[in-house]
Design a protein around this ligand. Sequence first.
Ligand code: ADP
Length: 378
Amino acid sequence: MNNSALNNRNNVPKDSESTPKNILGDRHEAFILREIISTINNPLLITNKDFKIVYANPAWENLTGYKLHNVINRDPKFLSSGKTPKRIYSKMWRVLEKGKSFSSSEFINKRKNNSEYKLKSDIYPITLNKKVVYYVQIQHDITNVQQLEEMRKEFLYVAAHELKTPIAVLKLISSSHLNRARKTGKDSIKLNELELVDHEIDRLTQLINDILDSSRFETGKQFLMYEKVNLVNLIYSSIEKVKIYSPEFEFNFKYSSKSLYILADSIRIEQVMLNLLSNAVKYSPNSRLVTITASKVSGRAIVSVVDNGIGIEPSKQKYIFDKYYQVKSKSKTGFGLGLYISNEIIKRHKGKLWVKSVPGKGTSFYFSLPLYHDILNE
Ligand code: ADP
């Protein structure tokens, strides 16, 4: 294979003599093959027999951040993060030296910007007259696949656990009540038992609603009922609801004007407020104050919910709006769906939700929404 034949994507190679016939055939075939390879979505890397790079397709360039002309003739070991177990390389060489293909899903490499990615790589030796001339690597970026799989497993575990606990409580209360009633012939359920039943049913309802909401947003089946909404009144009523469950907390609400109107589905925006406020309470084990503001900035309504709780590490902040994502912490009690759903609701309202947080100091969530007047004038 002629390096320039593959490197130059725009020209048919002039010198087909130097192209081994059994790899790329004549120059037209070489051209077509080069075009096909460059359109493959999977990262693809070709090295010569000495393991020096001769070609990388655009998907590989996208994955690693390197450009082909910068890595040509280099040994791909510059991509190594040092975290791939040594035994994988030893096994790889043992297999390749026998002229066989090798497959592994354990490569941990680093991009040009030093971030790591996990790779499944299938390496095929290309032989000419029984001698290896090239190695073709077809790669699969499995970084996100693994992360998603872990999140899915974690969610199933948490959801199953969260469903099991209230169902066990409900079963216990109903069975003991039933036994008592069978024996005595009297209906003798106690008030504290009823309260527990009520609380557990609320938790189950919340989980089921969250699962349904997230799947509706994912499939685009979530319909919004827009109306003119007074944002200040909506925030007041959300605070009142959260106060019922957290009477020990002080909610300090400041607003720039009483008449902040938005065109919104009030139930959904209240859902966002309830989620932000209950998170502020949930993740503030040592503080009792939550501050809420609502103001008008550049034709938009901006709402903030600020707590003095445990905070979120900077490296975790970009994931908290992902489905099922939960920062590992002692206060963990949710399902990792609340912020995902809130973000989807705000996006559907042409708004934006974002976070600022300092670990140990507290977290501020903000969302912006177009004002009622602005939407009608668009
Ligand atoms: P959960 O049901 O776990 O609360 P969310 O989607 O509402 O799910 O939040 C995702 C994660 O973001 C939480 O598990 C938590 O780690 C973090 N988080 C959300 N709000 C706060 C907050 N106010 N303070 C600290 N961490 C928070």
